[in-house]
Design a protein around this ligand. Structure first.
Ligand SMILES: [Fe+2]
Ligand SMILES: [Fe+2]
Length: 193
């Protein structure tokens, strides 16, 4: 879990680059990634580590981390980032939180985030289940494309080869070769979000 923020930050930044977003936005997305769950310092440990399903009340406490994180970004004058952090648990179909925004109303950074965050969650161990494969994550993201996730963002994600994700994670956890910019440049063609 300690690498989660770094992994999500790098994945989201790579997707933003591939989607052709301007450099300033890519940078905002990268920075927002590093602090997106910082609001969890306001969530008690028993909720964070609970191995079983959260009660409605516990879920409300958990949900508050997005607003707390945005507040902290705002206080640190990390302009532009607080909106991405605030909305990082919205869903494409409008059933997410905290704003209940849908589709294009969700900031692009948050939409990219949702996919990067889910990918890292699925492929990492959690208190309640073991990590799953990259291929399983691809299938899951595809399954939830159009409901939980922006289909265009999922499409950008699916254009990256598995090796790229594997190497990116290995680079962050210090267990692999460095990801060269050549690998990134040679990965499949650019898409627009
Ligand atoms: Fe979160
Ligand atoms: Fe997260």
């Amino acid at each position: 879990m300690k690498d989660h923020a770094q992994v999500v930050s790098r994945l989201a930044a790579q997707m933003a680059l591939k989607a052709g977003l301007p450099d300033t936005e890519v940078e905002e997305i990268r920075l927002a990634g590093l602090i997106h769950d910082i609001g969890k310092i306001h969530v008690p440990e028993y909720v964070l580590r609970k191995p079983t399903l959260l009660t409605a009340q516990e879920f409300e406490i958990m949900k508050s981390h997005a607003a707390w994180g945005a507040k902290m970004a705002e206080l640190s004058r990390a302009r532009g980032i607080e909106r991405i952090v605030f909305h990082h648990h919205e869903r494409h179909d409008g059933t997410g939180y905290p704003g209940g925004l849908s589709g294009g109303d969700i900031p692009i950074g948050s939409r990219i985030f949702a996919v990067a965050d889910a990918f890292d969650a699925i492929t990492s161990d959690r208190p309640y289940r073991k990590a799953r494969s990259i291929d399983a994550a691809r299938k899951e993201l595809q399954r939830c494309s159009g409901t939980q996730f922006d289909p265009d963002v999922v499409e950008v994600f699916l254009r990256f080869p598995n090796d790229l994700w594997r190497e990116l994670r290995a680079e962050i956890t210090g267990q692999g070769k460095l990801l060269s910019t050549l690998d990134i440049a040679n990965s499949p063609t650019q898409a627009k979000i």
